[in-house]
Ligand binder design. Structure first.
Ligand code: MLT
Ligand code: MN
Ligand code: ZN
Length: 296
């Protein structure tokens, strides 16, 4: 199973266009760029799936050699997209896939509802391409082309701000996916959980079986918005467990890779080599890098 991290930043990316916080200033000075959260995964190197569709998707696809089109003029290895949430940073990129001849989009019924109403991507895309919208349910793994199996876990109930008035059909707003090689049931595969409100039992159970865990590294501190901007909600209130909590409670198993992603532009670990980056690294958790390839 092949994995390529296409983007490792939270909504807004790094640097964020209108932000002059310490991390954004450091990123600008050093020429550091992190695109918004997006992952590409393949079981056979032929059929590829995205997890999340970031607003930076066009550049991300072009920068990934595995996702180049061909041999036919409109052949693409991209088969579909799995959505962790219906948040704008995970879904705006769907609109950039409208040139596809067809596409499967997997998401919770709740997210599909939001993308059919409050943010009506479904209706907008319909005249451009054939999208097969497939609701995923926790505990019911779905088979993907190329020999992968994806299982969803409900890890949060935080709804996008634009969907505040959307009818709540069970609260399955935030999913993590464990993606495995169907032909190798002895392997644990990848757990991808870029949005995680707390280190709960559902996450712990899913992580206990994975060979690689990529998890929410949005904020280092619970009061990071206050630290960097003088005011703002806590990380937890924004649906993200801060690293200062997850680093102490994350169970590390030998031989398993742990990686933080979905880094907010205020997060000092987003700058490689910073003191905070070093601290996290010495604790045995890596920091995702755009373009990074993982073989599982
Ligand atoms: C989040 O992950 O909390 C959201 O994507 C925030 C946002 O960018 O709107
Ligand atoms: Mn986000
Ligand atoms: Zn910033």
């Amino acid at each position: 199973m092949k994995v390529r991290i296409l983007g490792s930043a939270a909504g807004g990316g790094l640097p964020q266009w209108n932000c002059a916080c310490a991390t954004c200033l450091a990123a600008r000075a050093a020429g550091v760029n992190r695109d918004q959260d997006c992952l590409a995964v393949s079981g056979d190197g032929v059929s590829w799936y995205l997890v999340n569709a970031s607003p930076d998707l066009r550049q991300q696809l072009i920068a990934a050699p595995e996702l180049a089109p061909g041999p036919g003029r409109r052949d693409t290895p991209l088969r579909g997209v799995l959505l962790c949430t219906a948040e704008l940073d995970h879904t705006i990129g769907l609109l950039s896939l409208r040139e596809a001849s067809s596409l499967s989009v997997y998401a919770s019924a709740q997210a599909i509802e939001a993308l059919s109403t409050a943010f009506p991507v479904r209706g907008v895309m319909a005249p451009y391409t054939t999208v097969d919208w497939r609701p995923v349910t926790a505990g019911k793994p779905v088979e993907l082309a190329g020999g992968l199996v994806a299982e969803a876990f409900v890890v949060g109930d935080k709804r996008p701000r634009y969907a505040a008035a959307t009818a709540d059909r069970g609260g399955e707003w935030v999913l993590a996916y464990r993606i495995r090689d169907a032909a190798r049931p002895d392997t644990g595969g990848l757990l991808y959980a870029p949005c995680l409100r707390e280190m709960n039992d559902v996450f712990a159970a899913a992580a206990a079986e994975a060979d690689c865990v990529i998890l929410d590294g949005t904020f280092l501190y619970d009061d990071e918005m206050t630290r960097s901007a003088g005011a703002g909600p806590s990380a937890t209130a924004m649906g993200h467990v801060p690293i200062e909590q997850s680093l102490t409670t994350l169970v590390r198993r030998p031989g398993v890779r742990y990686v933080y992603t979905h880094l907010n532009n205020t997060n000092p670990i987003a700058i490689e080599g910073s003191e905070e980056f070093q601290t996290v690294s010495t604790e045995g958790v890596r920091v995702a890098r755009d373009g990074q390839v993982l073989e599982l």
